[in-house]
Design a protein around this ligand. Sequence first.
Ligand code: ADP
Length: 268
Amino acid sequence: MRYFAGIDIGSTAIKIAIVDENKKLSGHKISASGSMFYKYAKQALKEMLSELGIDEDSLVYTVATGYGRKLFKEADENISEITANAMGAMAAAENKCDIRTIINIGGQDSKAISLDSEGHVVNFAMNDRCAAGTGKFLDVVAMNLEIEVDELGEYHFRSKGTPLAINSTCAVFAESEIIGLLGNDNSVEDIVAGVHYSIAKRIIKLVKRVGIKEGIYFDGGPALNGGLVSAIENELGMRIFIPEFPQITTSLGAAILAHESYGYDNRA
Ligand code: ADP
């Protein structure tokens, strides 16, 4: 069996997906990028192959994507994360949902991608200038509230009142606003719900720049946060599709491109 790898070197995490000759996901791995992300990417790939019992020679083609892709010299090819994200979303939603719009929230940026009926990118918009509306903002909020980022969803659903309004549009001011709300005896639950609704409103503005088309796919680490998903759905008035492994869509797309570039279907 021959295998194909996609490596997404993100600002926060390195994601690796490996597909087999049938483009079926054999396994995936998520590890922290850290400052030496290039070294970690190599190490993570080696560890993953050994965990899956795949011989290094059976890995015949590797495609790198994401913020650190150009520094990963071992890759046979590298592609933009927009293309990889679109390919991965089409594969992850295949036979489940017809995808026309992708919302991706990463550690340090957020994106909206519009697709045609074939899954080709027709337009995209990106926010990489401002931390509000990114995973980093959620990390800072969780830290200020002394909870873990993976608990934000539970707190959101325990909120009883109307979600608090977070009016600051800048992450730095929003942080002070949140500390002020805590000082005024507001519950952590209501603050968390308020933060999710403020991010949802920002994301929807971004999506409007490419045009909201039904068949919405949400990925990136923050898509694991059910509270944020619910806030975006309520603000949009539409259901959104969350893949089984939201953090690995882009690496999955790169792995599928590795399969296509190698030309497996023509060589087999
Ligand atoms: P990047 O591709 O930029 O490295 P990711 O898509 O991996 O970013 O997203 C990282 C963000 O995902 C983190 O900053 C964090 O806020 C969020 N995140 C990661 N794991 C979880 C989780 N289990 N629950 C909720 N949010 C999470």
